[in-house]
Ligand binder design. Sequence first.
Ligand SMILES: Nc1ncnc2c1ncn2[C@@H]1O[C@H](COP(=O)(O)OP(=O)(O)OP(=O)(O)O)[C@@H](O)[C@H]1O
Ligand SMILES: CC(=O)N[C@H]1[C@@H]2OC[C@@H](O2)[C@@H](O)[C@@H]1O[C@H](C)C(=O)O
Length: 354
Amino acid sequence: MSGTSLDGIDAALTDFSRSPMLIGTAFTAFDNTRRADLLALNAPGENELHRAAVLANQLTCSYAEIVNQLLTQTEIVPSQILGIGCHGQTVRHCPQDGYSIQLVNSSLLAELTGITVISDFRNRDIAAGGQGAPLVPAFHQAVFSHPHTHRLIINIGGIANITSLPPKSDVTGFDCGPGNMLMDAWCHQHTGVAYDHNGNWAKSGNIIPHLLEKLLTSPYITQTPPKSTGRELFHLDWLATLLSGSERPEDVQATLLSFTVEAMKHAIMTWYPCAEELYLCGGGAHNTALIMMLRETIPHHKIELTDALGIPIDWVEACAFAWLAQRTIEGLPGNLPAVTGASGARILGTIHHA
Ligand SMILES: Nc1ncnc2c1ncn2[C@@H]1O[C@H](COP(=O)(O)OP(=O)(O)OP(=O)(O)O)[C@@H](O)[C@H]1O
Ligand SMILES: CC(=O)N[C@H]1[C@@H]2OC[C@@H](O2)[C@@H](O)[C@@H]1O[C@H](C)C(=O)O
């Protein structure tokens, strides 16, 4: 899994026939050049088809390296592996135009690892009229639901997405709005650092109320689900249109942190006010300032990390795509139409055999 935060690649080796399912993990960080190259492909530019194909090959070599590293680490050989669920790197997410692009060369990954590769998880759902995202709610249902308690799961990645797991009715979910994406971009632009560690920089600033108000008028926040979003909507150029230019950068960072939290609060209070427990995962769940603000903003919910449910926050997404890959291999659907809005359940992805 390499997600929209553009921090790097998470690899999880899983066995869904046993508990705990997580056998091994590995992470490789993207360097600044890789991050910049990927960011550049999020917007139209010169010779982008060639750049996308070359970058997909480079990324695939990194995916293969981390797979091979994980196998060495766990002393497992390729013939013992059923498949690699590889999400690829999202560079465009445009369900309204009928596509979502995740960079990866699955043929090359199968060649480099000698393992079957399952990828392109989103486009079948989009072809069936869905958003193609979020896809993790089906996995959340499989591993985190409780027979009597209404749980919510929020993944705080580049974008934050919520899953509702009511004991007796349909699982639903959607992208709430920005997770780390705007905070990371602003932090990098003003401090040269990829992200605001523990939200310390944000804590040194003050929320700018009228900027927060403007951010919250983004129509996406109040849009009715099914809905999904990405860098197409929440980016620095959009933020620039809302700034006067005289704001202190740390105050803008504090306001972006608050925007992320308020977008989550809006999602919870509008759609799931009666949920009892909230579990967080994704890299943003390391942001102590964010967690503290969330606890103050939504005091009547029990807020914990998914570690309490058996999967550490950093590995939930990677496990989810391993699980989705297994569904595909077994010929089982992976999407939840109640989440994505697709016209029906579909077997997701393509299979490149070893
Ligand atoms: N200690 C920390 N303090 C603040 N933010 C953190 C910390 N650790 C990680 N993060 C944030 O988490 C991000 C990585 O999160 P994650 O790996 O869940 O992203 P992702 O895989 O891109 O997710 P998604 O696919 O859901 O967008 C980092 O880019 C950073 O913004
Ligand atoms: C298009 C795309 O890559 N979307 C990601 C992104 O990151 C979080 C949120 O936006 C979610 O919709 C999705 O990822 C998760 C893994 C999902 O599909 O469930």
